[in-house]
Design a protein around this ligand. Sequence first.
Ligand code: BT5
Length: 269
Amino acid sequence: MKESEILPTKYADMPDQIVAGEGLWKGRLLKFDRLKSTNEWAMEHLDFCRNGDVVWAVRQTTGRGRLSRSWLAPDDRGLTLSVVMTGLKQDETVPVLGQIAALAVRDTLEEYSIYGRLKWPNDVLVNGRKIAGILAEVDFDRNSVVLGIGVNVNMSEDDMESARLARSATSMLIEGGRAFDIDSVRECFISELERAVEYVVLDGTSHVADVWARYDWLAGCMVEIRGTMGTARGKYAGLDGRGRLRVIDGQGRERVFWAGDVEKIVLGR
Ligand code: BT5
């Protein structure tokens, strides 16, 4: 980042630095040395944010996941940021933004020779362990979406162990066998996301389910889905064109879910 483009800010609760041109679509990078949650800050400061701003916390202390769950990011070792998008048409694009972000994370990892798979609604897994999570929040009144992304970059097995995530979580360091430069990972992710969002804006969302299917961790599995609208068990049938999960239940009926948690059913146990 060029020194001349860094503008220090002087207000409490405002970014420590604002860097022009390093956000999405050459938007601003709003950099915090420490922040409770980039999503929380962005949602509370939408009047300050512009389309394409990226809120980045070097240290995020109380990151949030979906459904009031928490997101672990030990000091300096995770990438934690939120992308602000405003003025989006309230069409089919908004519900698939989380999936587009997951695809962009997967593409980013591939740049570093780490090969991720996707798990609905928008997790990225490597060897069955979660390496990145995404939280999309919408403010309908302001016509804005805050897309929060957490990527485990340099977390060790010990970090995962102490957070009781040893079996369920992994990191770029664990999978790649070396430490990675978080600035480069961030820059790579922003350009992958830019590309993916532009594709959808120009071409619509119909291709998202097809691209997702190439890397789908649940493909061919029996699953149990606990959605906001009930529970179902059955054969996983991929995503539909609107990003919803499809399951064929025991009676052969197709059920679709907008949101929820899905797990593979291991038969014979
Ligand atoms: C998510 O929720 O996966 C969304 C995570 C989004 C985090 C980003 S970081 C930047 C932005 N600012 C925020 O405050 N949040 C976003 P969910 O699917 O509910 O998964 C949460 C669950 O994953 C937790 O209950 C843990 O079991 C597990 N978990 C927590 N931290 C993890 C980590 N670092 N790696 C893998 N799994 C983790």
